[in-house]
Design a protein around this ligand. Sequence first.
Ligand code: NAD
Length: 358
Amino acid sequence: MTLFDSPAFEGHEGVHAFSDEKTGLKCIIAVHSTARGPAAGGCRMWPYASADMALEDALRLSRAMSFKNAMADLDLGGGKSVIIGDSRTQKTPQLFEAFGACVDQLGGRYWTAEDVGVSPADLMNARKRTRYVAGLEGNPAASGDPSPVTAEGVFRGVRLCVQRALKRDLDGVRVAIQGVGHVGGYLAEKLHAAGAKLILTDVNAEALHAVAARTGAQLVAPGAIFDVDCDVFAPCALGGAINAETLPRIKARVIAGAANNQLADAETGRAVFNHGLLYAPDYVINGGGIINVAGEIRALEAGQAFDPAWVDAKLDRLARTLEEVLDRAASENRPTNEVAGEIAKTRITLAAENKAAA
Ligand code: NAD
């Protein structure tokens, strides 16, 4: 199979591979769509076993960013970059400067930011060679840690799903959270403040006990989180939490959490629906983080300070989009992930048509 026949390549405007002998940089920048605006998505540094695996990841992630940015109603398309390498041993300031020069070659068609293995300090180095970098620190446009904003969006989404599926508010609702890192920790605090009863797990015992001390939560071992009695299951760790093995064990009526790629595949979305569970599509409910980054891009472009009120208005709009997904899925009796995919594709296609007509 060639690149052009690969299902992951489908719909991509461009895929760019760069190398720099001096710094050892090998990176791929995938631009899925610029229909709604410049492509935006983080940079991931990971020790991929092969260039093919890096390419596949870049393609999959950049398409997902198009969908996420469209559902967050941002004037941004979707893109992603990956650097092949071990972030613990192979990072140098020069490597990220060289990466910045690669981003710059795309002339503003792609904005980069943080993702796994990349820190604000790395981005500061990239920024020396390009202005198309968000997720910086120490300037008035800087947006800071996106996790609290992501958690706020997820919190609003959990509340909406509970109202729809259980016809009640959060007080007394039992929520099982898998992963209490940056987002899961903030989410736990918000749910606790709203009166929810929490059941938590994490492979990091220290983080787990710290969040439990703040929220009075019940704790379970990582493998047991799928079996607990709960109303809501909130995946906030890694992808693939909902799969053929875990789904039959989940007792919740709602699945709503922060993790990316929660469903093992699209068929799992249909299985979730057939089990009678209400699923909040991940790239809709977790859009708060990219909204925060978009706030920084907007401020940088205008030469202004970061505006939290703009971010909050976008979070409200995101909640309405989730409502639209749930309404349509209910009235058409279809899985929410299928409906969300259709809405995202329509928004991207419409923007492409408007751009072509302009
Ligand atoms: P994080 O690394 O801070 O937290 C993840 C937590 O999950 C960690 O505490 C880790 O120990 C735990 N974990 C890992 N494997 C586990 C397992 N098998 N069982 C239980 N716990 C496990 O990451 P984060 O920034 O909080 O992001 C969480 C998820 O949300 C990720 O999937 C991320 O891609 C997604 N997300 C994050 C943001 C954001 O703003 N940070 C935005 C959108 C999506």
